[in-house]
Design a binder for this molecule. Structure first.
Ligand code: PLP
Length: 276
């Protein structure tokens, strides 16, 4: 589907007027943060959580700007109405400048990509890649190494690359959060080392409501055999089961993971796009 409009600093404009600010040094150097929001069946999911993270990502890298959370939320709602779309990914780009007033806010609609249903059923293969993100809690435009990690994963026919910190612990995927599980215990890498994913937050809420235990611990590739299974979470893929990581293959998909996936789908259907 073609989306005819985008939003620039709170103003809806025809998409033909969108510009790449080539001479802007902040653009050239990637001094910006972004968000992707899923819109499905006319529901925009977890908008307030995404905007809260946009604001905290900006703060984390010292990007000052004049846009309030309310103004961003309004920009998203207006754009969805103008583009008359029930299903898309909303991308929000907040680009810094030398002064707060010079910052720019672009919001656009993109066509969503849905992972194949077979992948959810069978689980995906992942490979590891040594890379520690500089600002783990910020979703920044500095995506070069993540891009290269993902490209290497795709070359190895893997779904995603799992990033390893300097001690060799798995932290997260290139655009996903990572978890292991044993029985009804879910293990997450320590919060300080990862992006605090919006889907991660929703999944952990659903997990706790369904009597799962959640713990934080370093996970090394050599320790994967201690777990029954593993999975990824992200806005675009929800909960994605992992079948294998490098040479380690998990036995069949854990029953508890199927239970969590079902509970999470139910939660999404009933949530009306709001976390609480
Ligand atoms: N981790 C990283 C490094 C990411 O870039 C992303 C999303 O782009 C995620 C995790 C998943 O976050 P969310 O669930 O908010 O999409």
């Amino acid at each position: 589907m073609a989306f005819n409009y985008f939003s620039h600093n709170g103003k809806i404009l025809p998409i033909e007027e969108a510009q790449v600010p080539l001479s802007n040094i902040e653009y050239q150097y990637g001094f910006g943060v972004y968000e992707s929001i899923k819109v499905s069946g006319g529901v925009a999911f977890f908008v307030a959580d995404h905007i809260e993270r946009l604001m905290s990502s900006a703060k984390e890298i010292g990007l000052t700007h004049p846009f309030s959370p309310r103004a961003v939320e309004q920009g998203v709602a207006e754009l969805l109405e103008k583009n008359a779309t029930e299903s898309c990914n909303v991308k929000i780009l907040l680009l810094g400048a030398k002064t707060a007033e010079g910052a720019s806010l672009e919001i656009l609609c993109l066509n969503p990509l849905f992972p194949d249903a077979k992948l959810y059923r069978d689980g995906v293969h992942c490979v590891t890649y040594e890379y520690e993100r500089a600002f783990p809690h910020a979703k920044t435009l500095n995506m070069l190494q993540s891009y290269l990690a993902y490209a290497e994963a795709r070359l190895a026919s893997a779904y995603d690359a799992l990033l390893l910190d300097r001690e060799g612990n798995i932290t997260e995927g290139t655009r996903t959060n990572f978890f292991c599980m044993k029985g009804k215990t879910i293990t997450s890498p320590p919060k300080e080392k990862i992006l605090l994913g919006v889907t991660r937050k929703a999944v952990l809420k659903v997990a706790k409501e369904n009597d799962f235990t959640v713990e934080e611990r370093n996970i090394r590739p050599a320790n994967l055999s201690e777990y029954d299974g593993a999975f990824l979470t992200s806005t675009s893929s929800k909960i994605m089961s992992i079948h294998s990581i490098n040479e380690h293959t998990f036995a069949e998909q854990p029953k508890a993971l199927k239970e969590l996936m079902t509970a999470f789908s139910r939660f999404l259907d009933e949530s009306r796009g709001v976390m609480n």
